[in-house]
Write a protein that binds this ligand. Structure first.
Ligand SMILES: Nc1ncnc2c1ncn2[C@@H]1O[C@H](COP(=O)(O)OP(=O)(O)OP(=O)(O)O)[C@@H](O)[C@H]1O
Ligand SMILES: [Mg+2]
Length: 414
């Protein structure tokens, strides 16, 4: 590793797997992969930690594997947060420019963002990110960065993301118990966006739909800024359990059938196509119509896309770059085609990119969040030290330190 390089680690705590990416960040902020591992996760339900002990064990194994590949020890990680507890809203703030010369300073920028981020949240919720959409200087709109401009009145429009305090605390607790420090936390759909969307799409208007195992996460961008984030409490695991119930088989067999013979495009399956369903507990294998399998998968995927379409409302017609599907659940055959029918706008499959030295299999959409976390970590790698030292007690001040860093996301996107 060269002297000016820094090392970052993205850790995706997914419902089905823990993805770990160790990358070296060159001075141009481009990550170069040094280590990568994916390990089945335990202890999470629908993107949220429900069993800290099991999560710790999965994190330890995933990180150890990536460390072996990178030939180095990991100390701090950049981790994702997701789940149905996450919600978002638009807010705005306004301040008078402080300096006598009327020149807007970094302090003015921070003050206006703080006033916009001061939204009322119940005691069990915390503001996670305050993401600027546009600054307005004396009525002039659409300003990306007002610092250095002359003005009297500085306004900002922001997107405020909040979530359950306990969910963030359990993430921090698990990481610390695994012997690591938390460098920063980012909303998972933002991380996935960083890995699969390009800046033209974010400018033209695009909706990222990350179909995970437990949840489907959405992030809408237009004119270069984040406009909406949302979580739907359904994902690939629901598709698998439908298959298990519909074909009267066990979960592991249903998962294999879905991935190898499944499709979300019923009309593409011939009348006479059959699939062998291995017998459970010594029973003989049976042949079932592949159309039945497709019918089950298509129905659930269609429901997920319909819910996502409802969230977008009529705004979806303004998305010039359409929909980008990612997450492991997007790998179901025919998913993009079905999504196009439901959304009635163009859909593409998004694979993670924007890093150097991807290893085999890493361009899988399921690793969008892990790769995106490494990219965001690279973007923020020059922002000083903010993590808790390992083994530090989980007191209130410690949590405040991490929440404080999350709120400092006052930058536009990579
Ligand atoms: N080839 C494939 N065909 C169909 N489905 C697939 C394929 N590969 C993975 N999946 C599905 O993708 C889902 C896992 O996706 P992903 O790895 O993005 O989830 P996660 O990040 O662990 O979960 P979450 O984001 O909800 O916390 C599983 O339901 C799995 O069945
Ligand atoms: Mg995920």
């Amino acid at each position: 590793m060269s002297a000016e390089s820094r090392c970052v680690v993205g850790l995706d705590l997914g419902t089905t797997k823990i993805g770990t990416v160790i990358a070296e960040i060159a001075p141009n902020k481009m990550p170069r992969i040094l280590g990568f591992a994916s390990f089945p996760s335990q202890g999470l339900r629908r993107g949220v930690i429900t069993d800290v002990e099991k999560t710790v064990q999965s994190v330890e194994k995933a990180v150890r594997q990536a460390e072996l590949m990178a030939g180095m020890e990991v100390r701090e990680v950049f981790v994702g947060i997701a789940g149905e507890h996450v919600s978002s809203q638009d807010s705005s703030g306004v301040v008078a420019v402080a300096g006598a010369d009327g020149r807007i300073t970094e302090e003015d920028r921070q003050r206006v963002l703080e006033s916009a981020g001061a939204v009322k949240t119940p005691i069990d919720r915390e503001v996670l990110h305050v993401l600027p959409q546009e600054f307005i200087v004396d009525g002039r709109r659409d300003i990306a960065d007002p610092v250095g401009m002359l003005g009297v009145r500085l306004e900002v429009q922001v997107h405020v993301v909040s979530g359950a305090v306990t969910a963030a605390q359990n993430i921090c607790r698990s990481i610390l118990r695994a012997g690591l420090a938390v460098r920063d936390i980012a909303l998972e759909p933002l991380a996935s966006s960083a890995a699969v969307l390009d800046s033209d799409e974010r400018q033209m208007g695009v909706c990222l739909v990350d179909i995970g195992g437990g949840t489907t996460d959405m992030a809408v961008f237009s004119r270069g800024s984040l406009r909406y984030t949302g979580v739907i409490g359904l994902g690939g695991q629901n598709v698998t359990s439908d298959v298990a119930i519909g074909l009267r088989t066990g979960w592991p067999i249903a998962e294999v059938l879905k991935c190898t013979h499944g499709t979300a495009s019923l009309h593409s399956v011939g009348e006479d196509e059959t699939v062998e369903v291995p017998g459970v507990s010594g029973r003989p294998a049976t042949q079932v119509s592949r159309r039945l399998l497709a019918d089950i998968i298509e129905a659930r995927m269609e429901e997920i896309f319909m819910l996502a379409r409802e969230r977008l409302g009529s705004n979806r017609l303004d998305l010039g770059a359409g929909i980008v599907l990612t997450g492991g659940g997007a790998l179901v055959d025919g998913a993009a085609e079905l999504a196009e029918r439901v959304f009635e706008i163009p859909v593409r499959l998004g694979r993670p990119s924007g890093v150097v030295g991807m290893v085999d299999g890493m361009d899988n959409p399921g690793y969008a969040t892990a790769v995106g976390l490494a990219r965001l970590a690279g973007e923020r790698s020059d922002r000083g030290e903010g993590q808790w030292p390992r083994g530090e007690n989980l007191d209130g001040a410690g949590f405040e330190a991490v929440f404080g860093r999350m709120k400092e996301w006052f930058q536009t996107w990579v």
